[in-house]
Design a protein around this ligand. Structure first.
Ligand code: IMP
Ligand code: MG
Length: 184
């Protein structure tokens, strides 16, 4: 796998995730937090992030799938999803009155996080913040930003540290560029 071009090395990721955890800790001002990771891509990021949070914290996972990945217009890359996001695993407990941090691997078009933000706001949490390890702002289709962003990256398809292509590469410790990725 090391033939794939390196974008972010494991040490760099570890340092940034530690900073994010410290920042989240400071911002929470001593209040307990509930982290909600988006399966499966955010599992590795969440597990590193929460170990850098020095607060009373719990975590859970939520699962979504996007319907029909259709190729985009010719000049665009072909990993466009159509915008139909559907819940496949809900959280176990109500988040009512809790301080929630929604944890995602990458903010791309914004469709997934827009869907999940709306869903979680329906629980009437005390607060809801978004932590995304990566942000690809060039691809945004809906206006949504994360409160905590690890790295802003160019418009490339990346894998590793939880991110997959057709379920592969999630176990790579670094984040690498997969050239010419086709729809999963
Ligand atoms: P969005 O709904 O377009 O913002 O996309 C978010 C989801 O698309 C992420 O949770 C990833 O599963 C997937 N995704 C977007 N870009 C990439 C990438 O570069 N590599 C791997 N997965 C990606
Ligand atoms: Mg994925």
């Amino acid at each position: 796998m090391n033939e794939l071009k390196l974008l972010l090395a494991r040490d760099e990721i570890a340092r940034r995730v530690a900073d994010m955890g410290q920042q989240i800790t400071r911002d929470a001002a001593g209040e307990p937090l509930v982290f909600i990771g988006v399966l499966k891509g955010a599992a590795i990021f969440l597990s590193d992030l929460v170990r850098n949070v020095d607060l009373d914290a719990t975590f859970d996972f939520i699962g979504v799938a996007s319907y029909g990945n259709l190729p985009g217009p010719k000049q665009e890359n072909v990993w466009n999803s159509t915008g139909e996001v559907r819940l496949i695993k809900d959280v176990e407990h109500s988040l009512r009155g809790q301080n929630v941090i929604l944890v995602e691997d990458i903010l791309d078009t914004g469709l997934t996080l827009t869907f999940l933000k709306r869903l979680l706001l329906g629980h009437e949490p005390k607060s809801l913040r978004i932590a995304a390890l990566l942000d690809k702002p060039e691809r945004r289709r809906l206006k949504i930003e994360a409160d905590y962003v690890g790295f802003t990256i160019p418009n490339e398809f990346v894998v590793g540290y939880g991110l997959d292509y057709a379920e592969r590469y999630r176990n790579l410790p670094d984040i690498r560029i997969l050239p010419g990725a086709l729809p999963a």
